[in-house]
Each structure stands twice: as structure tokens, then as C-alpha cells.
Design a binder for this molecule. Structure first.
Ligand code: ATP
Length: 642
């Protein structure tokens, strides 16, 4: 972290700590306390929404579970704070795991509906279970006691501040670690995550559990803060507010969460007070005008797109001076502001400001790090096993989609250390074979054995962990992540660190992180992408995206690498470089199955070539032999051959 950043954080913390003394008014202290508590929920919700890309409308329910766990423990057992907070985290985490179950089956609007139902059920249960929760009457609590001393409003505010900072640090560290990269990867491409050994199922559950734990902690803090809890609080409106706050503040950002929390707490208050609303809307118009001016000048956005937010905020400021009373307009203005932010600032306020000021979310010194990398830094490890022995044996593979036999009784035997070509006309079943070998499709009949062990019943992630890596015909990168982080997802298997190691930055995690980073940089250099290590994958040209997929697959330390049309979309010089890369991969003992339409690439690289046509293997042998095979010529050229 750079010195100005550290100074800014120190000033922020000092201001936060001194706030009660500065304002002196308990109402404002309570307001900021609520913002801090909501921010803890939003840190968690952002993991689910911003990082893994799932929708959750169940977080108000989880927040309520935290509040009621603390409330019930205090009411029934007189439990102290050090019991209620961990209990709230634990109970909410268990419910978070339950909430994750539908996310494993459905996505998008369906998931929104299921999580919404979850939240509603929780609210009803709290209402109905009067023997435990006092039902609609609610539970009254006092501020917590520590060592026999009951905290006052300011002391409790400090406690919330400390827990907010602790949550922020832990969440930030998790999201910067291999766990965070796994969350982000499953948003970018679930199928590629699985094929990198990062189980989509497992990491979705982790994300929901961590997120729920934070909601539980925040709920418990909220119970003490309000000193009264009732089921009405944890309703649909609150859950929508939480979601809006993440979107408005800016997803994948802790500052965005804090900003979002401030908006949802302060905006309704602001709309209650006309004078304050006028001042705030003028301030907003000035800020937006300056930000838009800077962005246009730097060429980040076009004047036309800058005009809409500028005009919108100026119009809002003008309207504020026309209004005589806020009462009738409160909800309409709230709705309009929300609509405006969500529609025009799709990356949220933080995303907009970052874009306008040309700031990057990731550090951009990766390219320099590659340049400084020791020449001997190893990219590939030597794959074990005796060259020439059978590595992969697929026999009698049948893959049926309805009436279509995409693969019909196909045998494929691949020797260790070889480059095995798999060719055939379009639609002949090559990619289907890849998907069968990597566990994405379960074959209708037949068997696949890898290194002497059957792959039957294994998930794609388990097959990847056994040493089978792949690239995809339609590139499947994690678009929002840098090239370096894409490769580091492939190195997920090299981490043994758990949540504690990550949260506390224990030596084991730091060692693994450093090693993985160096290895990823070396892999990028290996495929010639060293200069672009810090670039977001989606911004790379198509050909380089293909090379990045190869680097990511190699990060798995595979014994077998499946390349699905790696030369597609590459220029002639790039194809020459690709050939050299594939040769080097083989020299490291990695076996390669190569699907390719560029026949010169196949013929110059492959030791053996198998040819598929209409799902059946029609020929197999050395490149020259296959090229001269009449059935192959017929398949490729149709009737013209004869
Ligand atoms: N999930 C699926 N559901 C239904 N049909 C499928 C599915 N996947 C593949 N197919 C069909 O199986 C056949 C083989 O497709 P596949 O993609 O394996 O061919 P390919 O040899 O890789 O072709 P190309 O070179 O064009 O990529 C095609 O007819 C395709 O439409």
C-alpha cells in the first residue's frame, strides 16, 4: 500500500473515531452507526452479488436471523456480547448455506424468486414463533455490558466502528486471495471455473456462508443499536434496499458498500428536510458537473453521454427550489434518483468515478514485475510418467443428445508425451469428445480411464485436479479479471491456506500467494503475454485471449492438455508462435490432444491423428498416413474426392 493511501485510511479512521465528540448530537451518532452496520451487510452481499454474480433477495432475512439470535439469547439467557455475536454469525451462516442450495440449481430471476421466498419465510417464522421471539411484540434489549460496565451510545458506536474495520479487513483480504478469485471466476465462466479445479458448487456455498455470517453479525449489532427488534423490520423493502445499495455504491468495492449504506440511510432522511435536500442537490450537481468535465477532457466519455447526468442533477437542484414541501414528492424523488443511478451509472458511483478519473481497480505494475522476473523462474513443471505408456483410454464412447449420436462407439487411446490430433469436419463430434473427457458431459455409454483410473462419476473440477486441463473453442476467460488473475485461478490447486490463514495473512498464505504470483507471471511470459499481465482479459485481442487460456490451463500442472482449436482467429505470425509454444509444452512431458482446423498445424505437430466424421472414428494413424486415407479425403471433400 502506498503512503498517501495509508494516510487517507488513518485520517478516515481518526474522523470516524472522533465523530461523536465532533457532532455531540446522539441522533447523528446513531445515524452513522446504522450506516456502519448496514455497510457490514453490504460487504457480505457484495460477495454474492458483485463477485459471484448471484442475486440474493434473502439478505434482510439473514440480517433478521442475526438480530433475533442475539435478541433471544439476551432475553432468555442473559447472554453476554461475546456469546451473542459469534452465535449470530454461526446461526446466520447455517441459514446462508441453506440459502445457497437453490443457487446451485437456479440462476437469474428464478434465484431472485427463491431467495425472496426465503426472506419472507424467515419473517413469517419470526412472527409466528412467539414462544421464542415474542412474535409481533418484538424484543427489547439494553446496550451490551463489557466487564460489568454497560456501554453508552458513544462506546457502542466505537465497538461498531471497530467491528466494521475488522469486517472490512477480513472481507478485503478474502476477496484479494485465491478464495476471492474463485468467487469472481464463477461469475466470469462457471464452466471454466470447474475445468480449472475450482468447484462452482463449493464456492457458491462458501460465498453465501461468508456473506450470511456478515449479515448475522450486522443483525446482532443492529439489535443492540436499536434496543428493540420486531419482525416488521426485516421485510421486502429492506432486502431491496440492500440490493440497491450494492448496485448504487458500486459492486466489487468496499468503498461502494460504505457509500451505498450511506445512501440508503441518509437519502430518506434527506428527503424529509427541504433545506437539506436543496443544499445536497446543489452539491451533487456541482460534483457531477466537475466529474463529467474531467472525464470528457480526458476522453473517458463522450460529451453526449456526460450531458445526461449533468442535466439530470442540475434539473434535480432546480426542482428542489421550486418545491414548497417535500411530503408529496418524497417517494417520487427517491424513485427517480434510484432509477437514474441504476440506469446511468451501471457500475455504481464508485465505478463511475473510477472510470471518469481513469483509476484502475487493480495495481498496474504487473508488467514491470514480469520484466523483473528472474530468467530462471519456472513456468512449467516437468510432468511425470514414462513416455509412450498409455495415458488416456476412452473406449466405446457413445454420446447421445435425443436422437442424435454426437459420438458413436468411439475409442481413443492417447500415449503419454505425445501430441494427439483430433480432426474432422464441422459437427463431427470433436468438442463433444473434449466435453466427455473433461466431465462436462456424462457419456451415454462407454468408459474413460485416465492414468489407469476410471473417470466415471467424477465432476469436471475433480477431473481437472487429477491433471486434465483444457481450453475452449469459444474462449471462456474470466473477463473482468486481469490476465494475471486468470492464470492465478488455474493455480488455485497450489493453495492449502484456509479462511484463517487468509484473514490473518499468516505466513503459509503469504508464502503460497507469493509463489503463485511468480509462477503466474512466468506462465504469462511463457506464452508471450508478460507485457499484458495487468490487463483485463476482456480487453485483450482474440488471439491473445486464446494464449491466455493456454497459460491458465498450464497453471493446473496438467498431465494432459486438451486444446480446442487454439489457432482459430490467430494471425499467421501468431500461429508460428503458437506452434513453438505447443512444442515447448510437449518438451515438458505434457501430453496434448489437439483439435484444429488448420491442417498445417496438425500435420506438423501431431504424432498421431484420429479423424471423426458424424460421431464415428473413421481413421487413425500418423499424419501422412491419415492425410492419404481415402475415407478422410471423402469426409472432408464429400463427393468431390471420388
Ligand atoms: N449439448 C448439446 N445438445 C445437443 N446437441 C449437441 C450438443 N453438443 C453438441 N451437439 C451436437 O453434436 C454434434 C457434434 O458437435 P460438436 O460440437 O462436438 O462438433 P465439432 O466436431 O466440435 O464441430 P466444430 O468443428 O464445428 O466445432 C453436432 O451435431 C452438435 O449440434
Amino acid at each position: 500500500m502506498k503512503a498517501p493511501q495509508i494516510a487517507a485510511i488513518a485520517v478516515g479512521i481518526a474522523l470516524l473515531a472522533a465523530f461523536p465528540a465532533m457532532v455531540g448530537n446522539p441522533y447523528y451518532v446513531h445515524l452513522v452507526e446504522t450506516i456502519l452496520i448496514y455497510a457490514i451487510v453490504l460487504f457480505g452481499l457484495d460477495i454474492v452479488v458483485g463477485y459471484t454474480g448471484q442475486v440474493s433477495l434473502g439478505h434482510a432475512g439473514l440480517f433478521g436471523i442475526g438480530a433475533y439470535t442475539a435478541g433471544v439469547l439476551v432475553m432468555k439467557l442473559g447472554a453476554p456480547l461475546w456469546v451473542t455475536l459469534p452465535a449470530a454469525i454461526a446461526v446466520a451462516s447455517v441459514f446462508g448455506a441453506l440459502l445457497a442450495l437453490p443457487a446451485l440449481r437456479v440462476t437469474g430471476p428464478y434465484l431472485a424468486m427463491v431467495t425472496l421466498a426465503f426472506g419472507t419465510i424467515i419473517q413469517i417464522l419470526i412472527n409466528e414463533m412467539s414462544f421464542l421471539t415474542e412474535g409481533p411484540m418484538g424484543i427489547t434489549l439494553t446496550k451490551p455490558s463489557v466487564f460489568g460496565h454497560t456501554m453508552d451510545e458513544t462506546e457502542y458506536y466505537w465497538l461498531v466502528g471497530v467491528l466494521l474495520l475488522a469486517s472490512l479487513l477480513v472481507v478485503h483480504r478474502i476477496l484479494r486471495s485465491h478464495l476471492g478469485r474463485a468467487f469472481e471466476a464463477l461469475r466470469g465462466s462457471p464452466v471454466a471455473s470447474d475445468c480449472m479445479g475450482v468447484s462452482v458448487y463449493r464456492y457458491k456455498v462458501y460465498a453465501f456462508v461468508i456473506s450470511a455470517g456478515l449479515a448475522g453479525l450486522a443483525g446482532a449489532l443492529y439489535a443492540y443499536s436499536e434496543q428493540y427488534i420486531s419482525p416488521n423490520t426485516y421485510n421486502f423493502e429492506l432486502t431491496v434496499m440492500f440490493l440497491l445499495a450494492v448496485i448504487m455504491g458500486g459492486r466489487k468495492s468496499r468503498i461502494g458498500s460504505l457509500l451505498g449504506a450511506a445512501i440508503i440511510v441518509l437519502l430518506p432522511k434527506l428527503l424529509d428536510d427541504l433545506a437539506m435536500f436543496r443544499t445536497a442537490s446543489v452539491a451533487l450537481a456541482v460534483i457531477v458537473a466537475i466529474a463529467a468535465g474531467v472525464a470528457v477532457q480526458r476522453g473517458k466519455i463522450k460529451p453526449k453521454s456526460a450531458a445526461i447526468p449533468v442535466i439530470g442533477t442540475i434539473a434535480l437542484a432546480a426542482v428542489s427550489f421550486k418545491l414548497q414541501s417535500m411530503t408529496d414528492w418524497r417517494l417520487s424523488i427517491f424513485g427517480l434518483i434510484t432509477l437514474f443511478v441504476v440506469y446511468y451509472l451501471q457500475d455504481g458511483i464508485v465505478g463511475f468515478v473510477r472510470g471518469a478519473l481513469g483509476l484502475r481497480s487493480h495495481a498496474s505494475h504487473e508488467a514491470a514485475e514480469v520484466a523483473a522476473l528472474a530468467p530462471g523462474q519456472q513456468a512449467l513443471t516437468q510432468a511425470g510418467g514414462a513416455t509412450g505408456e498409455q495415458l488416456l483410454a476412452a473406449s466405446g464412447v457413445l454420446m447421445q443428445f435425443g436422437g442424435l449420436k454426437a459420438l458413436n462407439n468411439v475409442d481413443l487411446n492417447v500415449r503419454r508425451g505425445s501430441i494427439h490430433g483430433l480432426i474432422g469436419p464441422n459437427g463431427s463430434g470433436k468438442s463433444t469428445m473434449m466435453n466427455v473427457l473433461t466431465g462436462i458431459y456424462t457419456p451415454t455409454a462407454g468408459s474413460v480411464a485416465f492414468a489407469g483410473h476410471s473417470l466415471a462419476g467424477l465432476s469436471p473440477a475433480q477431473i481437472a485436479q487429477r491433471g486434465v486441463a483444457r481450453t475452449f473453442q469459444n474462449v471462456q476467460l474470466f473477463g473482468e479479471m486481469s490476465a494475471l488473475h486468470n492464470v492465478m485461478v488455474g493455480l488455485h490447486h497450489s493453495f492449502r491456506s484456509n479462511l484463517i490463514d487468509v484473514a490473518l495473512h499468516l505466513p503459509r498464505y503469504l508464502r503460497e500467494h507469493r509463489a503463485a504470483r511468480l509462477r503466474a507471471l512466468a506462465l504469462l511470459r511463457f506464452v508471450g503475454l508478460g507485457e499484458l499481465a495487468g490487463e483485463e482479459a476482456r480487453n485483450l485481442p482474440y488471439g491473445q485471449q486464446r494464449l491466455l487460456e493456454i497459460a491458465r490451463a498450464l497453471a493446473l500442472d496438467p498431465q494432459l492438455l486438451l486444446l480446442d482449436e487454439p489457432a482459430a482467429g490467430l494471425t499467421a505470425p501468431d500461429i508460428v508462435a503458437l506452434r513453438a509454444i505447443i512444442q515447448k509444452i510437449r518438451e515438458h512431458g505434457v501430453t496434448v490432444i489437439l483439435i484444429e482446423h488448420h491442417m498445417d498445424v496438425v500435420m506438423s505437430l501431431c504424432d498421431t491423428v484420429s479423424v471423426l466424421d458424424f460421431g464415428q472414428k473413421i481413421a487413425e494413424g500418423g499424419p501422412a498416413e491419415v492425410q492419404a486415407n481415402e475415407k478422410v479425403i471423402e469426409a472432408y471433400l464429400g463427393g468431390q474426392a471420388s
